[in-house]
Design a binder for this molecule. Sequence first.
Ligand code: C2E
Ligand code: CA
Ligand code: CA
Length: 398
Amino acid sequence: MNGLLRILIVDDDDLVRRTLAKALERFGAAVTPAASAAEALRHIATAALPFTVIFCDLHMPDRDGVQLLRDLAAQEIGASIVLLSGMGRDIIAAAENTARHHGLNVLGHLTKPFDRDKIAALVLAAAAAKPRAAPEPAAAPLDVKDIVRGIAGGEFGVVFQPKVRPADGVIDGVESLARWAHPIHGTVSPGLFIPLAEDAGIIDALTEAIVLRAFADIARLRQGGLSLAVSVNLSTLSMTRLNLPDDLHAAALANNVDPSSVTLEVTESRIAERMVDFLEISTRLRMKGFKLSIDDFGTGFSTLEQIARLPISEIKMDRSLVAGTPANSRTSEILRASLEMGRKLGLNCVCEGVETKAEWSLVRDFGTDSVQGYFVARPMTADALVVWVRSRRTRAAS
Ligand code: C2E
Ligand code: CA
Ligand code: CA
């Protein structure tokens, strides 16, 4: 479904644009940022395909959001609207009403600082909304029945993204990322189907299907002579299911995968809500030999002290701490301090979302153990991974 949701973010605050873009990209959206109403209108006029959703800040210095809404209505754009604001609810409600009076399709609003669950709900609403001016015939929106059908039909698989140690260039593992080979929508990103499966209470069945595929791929690669440690993403919801450790252990053994070569990644943001369950299940996972990683570190509110009480072996610094971060900025200081703390706690530190040479150099100089991101390689199929590893080793040898 990549590209199906084409989102324009209009906000004069650079940090807001970046944070929101990051959150939306997780749902497989193609995001275009605009720093002003004028820039937004330029993008709308020149985009090859119309935007499906426009996230519009109400308060901007040149032409404010309410004026921009009037411009959008005048152009009869088909995009749905989400309003962004740090202002009071009454002002937002008034702006929403204004937009509706203009005939715009308002999906809702986000108040700053943004809430992830609210973003997820809006994206789902956007995916289900039929854009008025969409050029493509609207396919049926994804739903739970479709996921169940997809699981039964073996449509869920994984791609792998390598992690590399900047110190010596050695590949120290791959992360498995779920993909849905959908018969109508093509490749669908996990950001779109994981929240659906979570909401519908079928995440465990989906996780099982995905993990089994990942383990089977890893086993096949090993038979072909490529032994790699693998990281697998788990929904935070699964970390409350008491038989998870046993099920994962059985899945690993069934595929001849050594649990000590498997790292389970869990997102930071929701750990604190269920600390007791999390502690118990993570302890049992460690006892079965799995490693645990805290994903998206820096996006939630946990501190390293809280996290250090968990039996984890790795932290992954979120892309928002890395992307476009200039040296000596506040964000770079947070990143540097987090890496330093992680190291002192004896944790493997990974920086993800590294896209440029400058970001690579920054995180290497800050002492990260491992780097993941488009600068190293994009996620790829198991077969492509074999070719990638070979060509990299050949280059290193020559
Ligand atoms: P994540 O675990 O943080 O995975 C990293 C995401 O960033 C992946 O998106 C990856 O393709 C993307 N990425 C990697 N390098 C770069 C880069 O340099 N720049 C940018 N902009 N992006 C980069 P993907 O595959 O769409 O996955 C999105 C999220 O969906 C994942 O975020 C993870 O939270 C979740 N997810 C993926 N697979 C699974 C799964 O099997 N189970 C569960 N529960 N969640 C999954
Ligand atoms: Ca991850
Ligand atoms: Ca992550």
